[in-house]
Design a protein around this ligand. Sequence first.
Ligand SMILES: [Zn+2]
Length: 420
Amino acid sequence: MGLAGFADKGRHHGGWFFRTVCLPSLILACLVFSPLSRAADAPLGATSYKMAGDATKMRIVINFDREPDIKWFLLRGPNRLVIDLPATRFALNAKDVKPRGLVRAVRYGELGEGKSRLILTGKGPFAVDNLDVLKNGDGNGYRIAIDMSAASQREFDAALANQALTTGSTVSADKAGRVGTGPVSNPGHRFTVVVDPGHGGIDGGAEGLNGTVEKNVTLAFAMELRDKLAASGKYDVFLTRETDEFLRLDDRVRIARQHEADLLISIHADTISLKGIRGATVYTVSDKASDPEAQALADRENLSDQFAGMEIKDDSKEVTDILIDLIRRETHNFSMSFAHTLVGQLSTSVGLINNPQRSAGFKVLKAPDVPSVLVELGYLSNAKDEAQLLSADWRNKATQSITNAVALFASARSGTGAGG
Ligand SMILES: [Zn+2]
């Protein structure tokens, strides 16, 4: 992968930031990055690289044979985290640096004049939650530990602007410092809804008695819901996909965070072996499923990532962060509150299953800071439900009910009415 565009993109910044950051970048652009750096006088040894997580959150650990003296900073266009190092010999396993999750590319190499650099390119904007140089417990060198999470471009830009303000002409944060990644106030923010049409591409989802494919029903419904919500003029509304494309579950969550969503509504239409069962269900996330059927459904929906040969692994060795925990609890309360409102609205217009508010461990509902619900519109295994899902009249009623529920939820959140 070439670095030719590296300096060009920096020009979006203008001002001194471009000059100070991008002049070294211009020099860098002339060099060839290679995992094999030439031998120098006792260079620092980067001995291993580990990366865990998904498109919403990653932890990266780079081990060194001695304490690395580092400087790090952000660049945009594309969104990158740059770590400057002294001359370093990178003995990293190609398999370990293979991009995945929130990291789209890992590059490293010599910068010349006794310096080396490592660049992580994000899959979209991100926040650096932590970046520390730590002594390894076994007395075996040092490590750089990085926690990053998906964020909006506005949040990334705010961190970048803050970095420029706080670091003066060095343009780099202190190695122990934290570039401003905390909550950034956003007075222009409108209540934002992300509508997620389930499945897509190679993952068709459930199939109806008469051949209806879930991924098509969910997309058609989601587009109609998007249009109805947008027509109110009160919200910003985004879809996670607008075409028949495959999207990983964590990418759906990442997109919601990227838009700073106040609400994620994931749309599905299930099948069940009992053909008599019909009606809509509203799900929220929980560690313990509300009932065995909800558990089975979550297991089926979570299988989505197996399409396109995605490996399934649970990287839930999460940083136990009290703040994150509190946010998650608050988010959960909002999710429950919206689910309750939604069931109330849907019950006036479309048929619901018994006990229509349920919960299970749906991966797509796991954003710590975005209230999220999953709506199973009905059962494609039931002939009447399948026919309804294809009926414009029914869709109109259902999308109207969801829009009403969003309005109630949004005005409760803002205290003064939606959109404030
Ligand atoms: Zn589904």
